[in-house]
Design a protein around this ligand. Structure first.
Ligand code: IMP
Length: 445
C-alpha cells in the first residue's frame, strides 16, 4: 500500500507544506485531493521562499508528478498565475497535471462568497472569499463547470448560461435580503451585477484559460493507479484540517470540503486499501482564522508571543490568526477521524521562552461535567472550558537542534506527553522554518 496521506489535525496552517516537501523525497507523485486556493503554504527551499495556494507543494521536485485531483476546486486564473510565478523563478511546471473532473471556480462564485459573508453580518463564517463554498455547492447542485468543459466551447457556453440564470436570481434575492437586514446598504457593500455575470465575457475568458491549461489537463486518477500499481509512493496532500471538515468540524464554521484522510480516496479516485500511512500535522500550539469555537484561545501576552514569534498571519488573506494552547481533546478526535499512523509536530521553536507550557487534556461543560471526548453537540463545545496540565517550558533556541538528544529535556517531555496522550508516535518535529530545520524522532513503540 504505497499511498501516504498527509492531513492537518487542527484548524489549518499547521505547516503541511513543509512536511509534504520532506516526505516527498522518495515519492513519484504528490496529489492534492480537496479545497482550492483558500489554502496557502509557504516552503523555504534552497533559501528561496515559495508561496502556493493551489499547486501542491511537490512542484519543487521536478522528477515527480504534481497533481491537482478531481476533489479540488480550481480557479484557473489563480492556477495560471502560480504557473507563471514558477516560470519566473526558473521552476518548470511540466510535471503538473490537473484532473479533467475537477470543478472550476467561476467569477460568480467569488461574488456570491463575498455577498454571503456580508449578508450574515456578525455571524459571518469568515471565509477566505475565494468562492470555495459556492463552487462546491454548484458541484452538488449539478450546475458546476468542470476543467474538461474548458476544452469544448459549445458545452462551456451552455453550462455557463444555465449557471448564470441560477446565480442572477440568487444574487438579486441576497441583495434584497441584505438591504432589509441593514435597512440601507453601505455604498461599498453594494452587490455589483457586473461583467462577472456576463455570459460572453466569462465564456471568452474561460476559453482562453482552457487553451493555456490544456497541456496540464489529464486523467489523474489513472495516473495515480499507474504509480500505485508500479509500487511507487504516492502522497495525497490535504488542505485545511480536521476541525474545518464539512462533516466532522465545527459546522458551520468550516470549509466546504472534507480535509480528512478518507476524502483522499474520493478526491483522487483511489481505494482505501491503496493507503498505507496517514500522517497528521500538528502545530505545537493552536491557531484558527475566521470565526467559530476555539476552547483554548488566549487573549493575553502568551497568545501574542505565539502570534508574533510564529508569524501567525494568513498566507491567503493576511488575517491575524487567533492563537491558543494545544488542545489534546481535539487532537485525539483528529487522530481517530483520520486513524493517524504518525504525527509530525511543527513550530516547536515558537514555544521557546515560555516558563510553563499548558496542554488541554479535557473540557468542563457549563454545567460542570468533565468531558474527556470532543463533544458531539456544538453548543457544549461553544461553552466548554478547557482543563490544562502544566508542563515545564524551555528557554533555549532550538532551531539548531537536529536530533532528539539536542533538544532541551522540557521540549522532549512535551513531545513525549502529547504522543502518549493521543497514542500516536511523533516522528518528526519542526524547529524552524527551513526545510532542514527538523528533528526526526525514533519510534520506540
Ligand atoms: P472557505 O474555505 O474560504 O469557505 O472558509 C471557511 C473557513 O475555513 C473560514 O473560517 C476560513 O478562515 C477557513 N479556512 C479555509 N482555508 C483555510 C486554510 O488554509 N487555513 C486556515 N483556515 C482556512
Amino acid at each position: 500500500m504505497p499511498g501516504l496521506v498527509i492531513v492537518g489535525t487542527q484548524w489549518g496552517d499547521e505547516g503541511k507544506g513543509k512536511v509534504t516537501d520532506l516526505l516527498a523525497k522518495d515519492a513519484s507523485a504528490i496529489v492534492r485531493f480537496q479545497g482550492g486556493n483558500n489554502a496557502g503554504h509557504t516552503i523555504v527551499h534552497d533559501g528561496e521562499e515559495y508561496k502556493f495556494h493551489l499547486i501542491p507543494s511537490g512542484i519543487l521536485h521536478e522528477d515527480k508528478y504534481c497533481v491537482i485531483g478531481n476533489g479540488v476546486v480550481v480557479d484557473p486564473r489563480v492556477l495560471l498565475e502560480e504557473i507563471e510565478g514558477l516560470h519566473k523563478a526558473g521552476v518548470s511546471a511540466s510535471n503538473l497535471r490537473v484532473s479533467s473532473n475537477a470543478h472550476l471556480i467561476m467569477p460568480y462564485h467569488v461574488l456570491v462568497d463575498a455577498a454571503e459573508e456580508l449578508k450574515l453580518g456578525k455571524l459571518s463564517i469568515g471565509t477566505t472569499r475565494r468562492g470555495i463554498g459556492p463552487a462546491y455547492a454548484d458541484k452538488a447542485y449539478r450546475i458546476g463547470i468542470r476543467v474538461q468543459d474548458l476544452l469544448d466551447e459549445k458545452i462551456l457556453r451552455k453550462k455557463i448560461m444555465a449557471a448564470l440564470e441560477h446565480k442572477k436570481k440568487s444574487l438579486q434575492e441576497l441583495a434584497v435580503r441584505r438591504r432589509k437586514l441593514h435597512k440601507e446598504a453601505e455604498p461599498d457593500e453594494e452587490i455589483q451585477i457586473d461583467d462577472r455575470l456576463d455570459l460572453h465575457t466569462i465564456t471568452e475568458q474561460y476559453l482562453s484559460y482552457g487553451h493555456r491549461l490544456e497541456p496540464y489537463i489529464a486523467d489523474t486518477a489513472r495516473l495515480c493507479w499507474n504509480e500505485l500499481d508500479a509500487g511507487n509512493k504516492v502522497i495525497f496532500e490535504g488542505a485545511q484540517a480536521a476541525l474545518l471538515d464539512l462533516d466532522h468540524g465545527t459546522y458551520p464554521f468550516v470549509t466546504s470540503s472534507n480535509p480528512i484522510a478518507g476524502a483522499a480516496c474520493v478526491g483522487a479516485g483511489v481505494g482505501p486499501t491503496d493507503i498505507g500511512e496517514v500522517w497528521g500535522i500538528v502545530k505545537a500550539y493552536s491557531t484558527r482564522v475566521g470565526s467559530g469555537p476555539f476552547p483554548t484561545e488566549l487573549f493575553d501576552e502568551v497568545g501574542e508571543h505565539m502570534s508574533d514569534r510564529g508569524h501567525e498571519f494568513g498566507t491567503t488573506t493576511g488575517r491575524r490568526r487567533r492563537c491558543g494552547w494545544l488542545d489534546l481533546v481535539a487532537l485525539r478526535y483528529a487522530v481517530r477521524l483520520n486513524r493517524l499512523s504518525h504525527l509530525a509536530m511543527t513550530k516547536l521553536d515558537v514555544l521557546s521562552g515560555l516558563e510553563t507550557i499548558k496542554v488541554a487534556v479535557r473540557y468542563r461543560s457549563k454545567e460542570g461535567a468533565l468531558l474527556e471526548d470532543f463533544p458531539y453537540h456544538q453548543t457544549i463545545l461553544h461553552n466548554a472550558t478547557p482543563e490544562y496540565v502544566d508542563l515545564p517550558g524551555f528557554s533555549e533556541d532550538i532551531t539548531g537542534c537536529r536530533s532528539e538528544e539536542d533538544l532541551p529535556p522540557a521540549a522532549r517531555e512535551y513531545i513525549a506527553f502529547i504522543s502518549e496522550f493521543v497514542g500516536v508516535p511523533i516522528s518528526l518535529v519542526g524547529v524552524g522554518p527551513g526545510r532542514e530545520e527538523v528533528v526526526w524522532v525514533e519510534d520506540r513503540g
